[in-house]
Design a protein around this ligand. Sequence first.
Ligand code: FAD
Length: 529
Amino acid sequence: AAGTARLYTEDDPLVLLGSGSLKRSVSSNSSSAWLVQFYSSWCGHCIQFSSTWKALAHDVQDWDTIIHIAVVDCAQDDNFDICKEYGVSFYPTFRYFGAHASPADLGKTYRGADRGVQTLRELMINFLQNHTRLGKPDHCPPLEPFNLRDLLPLLGQKSAHYTAIIIEHPTSYVGREVILDLSKYTGIVVRRALSTDTPLVDKLKITAFPSAYLLHPNGTHTHLHLYMQLRFFFTSFLRGLQGVQRRQTKDHSAPNHMGALSEHHSTDPWREFDSSKVYMADLESALHYLLRVELATHNTLGGEELKTFKSVVTVIAKLYPGRASVQKVMENLLDWLVRLPLESIPYQAILDLVDDKMRISSLSLGAEVRWVGCQGSRPGLRGYPCSLWTLFHMLTVQYDASPKLLAGTGTEGDPAAVLNAMRGYIGTFFGCEQCGRHFEEMAAQSLDQVKTTEDAVIWLWSKHNQVNSRLAGSLSDDPVFPKSPWPSPALCPACHQEKEGVHTWNEEQVLAFLRQHYGAGNLSPRYLP
Ligand code: FAD
């Protein structure tokens, strides 16, 4: 009905269906299965349950070529007819549709809105395993256990891909979850085997369950010893193997523009790097790009733009943890902006200062991009936007370590000083407009909840992960550096935990990790000119 709040939006990783699209989607020879929730936006239980349904959709978003999660709002006038046709009279009602369902198929009903994510996920797997042959989604990998007879021919054989085997108790779902988590990935095949399969378990010498066993393309095989034997650890490890790549499916990015932002010279040599380090070369390239390329599209800066620019220069000049010479250039720029309180400033004057045309300090900013930790596997990927995130994460951590550094700037005491500067910059100058709009939405929603400098560090981390999750698999996702929840278990095992079968973060550990990772002590000068 008009006026009711929408419980789900396009930003949730699920499909919004209605009278015009339900039948067309679920029963017009769909290659995937569907789990649809018919709800009513005025039903209190549905409102409460929406957070579980969204958490489920996030949890299984990489299964969507096999099974889609969808919703139909039966309180919307346009949907009255379709809800009636499907015989929905209680909310929420859940219906499962196998692949290739016929238009007469009204789905299998399941009631159980009081269940958590784990139960619902297991229910999805049961549905996937128990459908008829026709109802099997086209891309559904085998979920049945593997045995010694299947395994023996593979041992010691070279192959074009990895094969991972999760060996688990018969009641465990981890193996099937990992199989589905990797269903969009190439370069790897995942199977499961059972702890009760004595010949196989003896052959591989497995004694604890679940365990993961990996057959490498070169014919060798190993038992994987991960920090925790949890779904998230298995999935994340396997996705990170060299040569394992996500198939690109989504396209809700701004690929052309992002391409332009990540200007990269394809003749550049590849620079080996360590993803547990932060490279000064990336930060300096970010500053060069920001000041000489992005800003150059503005002939003069005045009013709000100038204020925003000043606030960005302030946080960089005061908090930049890299080379002193670079910080000095930024300080000179800030001094100049403060000393000459002009209404508007021609861009050329800023450029002259950065290039040290006035010979104030005989210091200037390196005039080239040299991506290291932000290198993309091909031109147009990563680069500048990557370095901009890196820069602002560093600044939030630096400010948290030494809040006094902003003394006398007019922003001291504001825990969100760095975030406000970033918000202004992204909204005003960042060339990817769509990115700016998304970021502004997130900031408007929750930036006021930042009460301490620690909150600020965590806020940016958490919003960045939200962006990563939205962009995973999109055109701006570099297949060699796929977007995933960060830090990975390989970078910070203690940051991860599981509650009731759902991955959660240990935020205390995340904060400790961010302080170390983005701390001045973790900056590498390697590859600086
Ligand atoms: P990036 O996401 O750029 O991350 C850079 C580095 O930061 C990573 O390599 C990693 O070391 C570290 N990192 C990753 N996650 C975290 C985290 N959660 N906390 C701390 N550190 C982390 N592109 C779009 O297509 N659409 C958008 O709407 C969009 N919005 C953006 C908004 C902002 C504010 C910015 C700066 C960029 C945005 N981009 C957007 C670009 C996109 O987020 C990536 O920057 C770009 O695709 C390059 O990705 P990347 O793989 O290099 O990693």
